[in-house]
Ligand binder design. Structure first.
Ligand SMILES: [Zn+2]
Length: 460
């Protein structure tokens, strides 16, 4: 394929590509709210029609929830790439904080010389999906075909926890076998520096309920004699970390690897200080393990956080009560080879040792996921690094992300596929919030970047 011709075609069709993105953004495909079910279906149908116009064999595939848009454009003997994105969006409330209606997309000058597409889904993830599809469109228009075999999977339930996608993947594993998977839900290091996300943390989420007396008690009658479940819960939570910030659950660090000196040096070279990182949230000093650097904590260390705690009397004034039960939601971010199942068992056993014999604990577990790691010396990663460097004129940052995208772990588990996580979102895109935006530069240079990456992967 002639890359220069494809790139100049992309530059010429900017306005048309913007209008195509606007058409998708105008559909309020809010997956979590049943009131928008038909709109979600409409967004799926819209994408199917678009993929068919590009020569994909495409359809909206039913699941117990919203459909998965699937398209194949196969070429025998060429590297097979699976592209993943999502077409559903988050709810828009509070609506009054939007400066422009969330489903009437527009281009706004957000600061002098900087323009962005403003709408719900502008970045997450419709804008990112269309960034990729526009690159495919230009290549097909210019050369008559793609230089790779391409399957796309664009789901409608990502903002709702991808609840039906793992089963869909398992049921159709043979259909989606590929050589490499591209995931477009991530961001850039900054406005001028592309990024490839090389790892994601896993997640374990537990809810615990401590039960003591069989009813709420008068603290004058039973204070000091009956067990107080809030005290028990507080002791458990306090016991989760030692004085150095290390998590105390037995065997918790099994599968956590120490970082090599080269990697640490490249993190230090980023020059990210605690003050830089925390000043945006009104803080100064990093919490957590005392003997680890900030970047190491985000990249390579697991965490334990209490996400919610409730019990007893929390209304106006006073009520001298001892509650019958106390609850907390606790999450763990996992790294490397930590096993969420083993940690769940060890955590539960550990908590049970702290429950007095006349009290009880109940656990509610939520679906966990393992961490995902892309090998730093994968050939695909190197191809993508070079392609991004060619477009942006700068070496991309290759760095892990502290969050979790569980489906990436499912691609590995079910299909044995490694993922390249590349996206053009920015920290100030306000995804999930009012006034979500996607920089025009992200959209247009992102298209050019994908064209380069597709060309590079064709030579795989
Ligand atoms: Zn999202």
């Amino acid at each position: 394929m002639s890359l220069p011709a494809v790139l100049s075609r992309l530059d010429q069709m900017q306005e048309a590509s913007l209008q195509r993105l606007f058409a998708l953004l105008a559909i309020p495909s809010i997956s979590t709210d049943p009131a928008f079910k038909s709109d979600v279906a409409r967004a799926a149908a819209h994408l199917v029609a678009d993929l068919q116009s590009l020569g994909f064999e495409a359809s909206a595939r039913a699941t117990p929830g919203h459909p998965v848009v699937v398209g194949h454009r196969r070429r025998a003997g060429k590297p097979h790439v699976l592209f993943y994105g999502h077409y559903d969006v988050q709810p828009v409330d509070p609506l009054e904080l939007w400066k422009h209606p969330p489903f009437e997309p527009s281009v706004q000058e957000i600061e002098p010389g900087r323009k962005a597409i403003v709408a719900r889904g502008a970045c997450d993830d419709k804008g990112q999906v269309m960034t990729f599809l526009e690159a495919c469109r230009a290549i097909i228009a210019e050369t008559g075909d793609l230089p790779i075999s391409l399957s796309v999977m664009i789901e409608g339930e990502e903002e709702n926890g991808s609840i039906n996608l793992p089963a869909f993947l398992e049921a159709h594993a043979a259909e989606f076998r590929a050589d490499i998977c591209l995931v477009c839900d991530t961001g850039m290091w900054d406005r001028e520096t592309p990024q490839i996300t090389s790892s994601l943390r896993g997640l374990l989420y537990e809810e615990i309920i401590i039960r003591a007396a069989d009813r709420d008690l008068h603290s004058g009658h039973f204070g000091g004699t009956a067990q107080n479940p809030i005290h028990i819960l507080a002791r458990i939570i306090a016991a989760m970390h030692d004085a150095n910030g290390r998590i105390t659950v037995p065997h918790f660090y099994d599968g956590v690897h120490e970082t090599g000196d080269n990697r640490k040096a490249s993190w230090n070279a980023l020059g990210l200080t605690e003050a830089d990182y925390l000043s945006t949230i009104g803080l100064k000093y990093a919490a957590g393990e005392k003997d680890r650097t900030l970047v190491e904590k985000i990249q390579a260390r697991p965490t334990c956080d209490v996400n919610g705690i409730w019990s007893g009397y929390t209304g106006q004034g006073t009520k001298t009560v001892i509650a019958g039960e106390a609850r907390a939601k606790i999450s763990f971010r996992l790294v490397h080879d930590q096993d969420p199942k083993a940690i769940q068992k060890n955590f539960r056993d550990y908590v049970r040792t702290m429950i007095p014999p006349d009290c009880s604990v109940e656990f509610i577990g939520y679906k966990g996921s393992r961490a995902v790691q892309v090998s730093e010396d994968s050939a695909d990663l190197r191809l993508a690094v070079q392609a991004l460097k060619d477009e942006w004129g700068k070496e991309p940052v290759v760095l892990g992300h502290g969050g979790s995208i569980p489906i990436v772990g499912d691609f590995k588990r079910v299909l044995g596929l490694d993922a390249l996580l590349i996206g053009y979102g920015l920290d100030d895109d306000r995804i999930h919030s009012p006034n979500e935006k996607y920089d025009l530069q992200s959209f247009f240079k992102g298209q050019r970047s994908w064209a380069r990456i597709i060309e590079a992967l064709a030579k795989r």
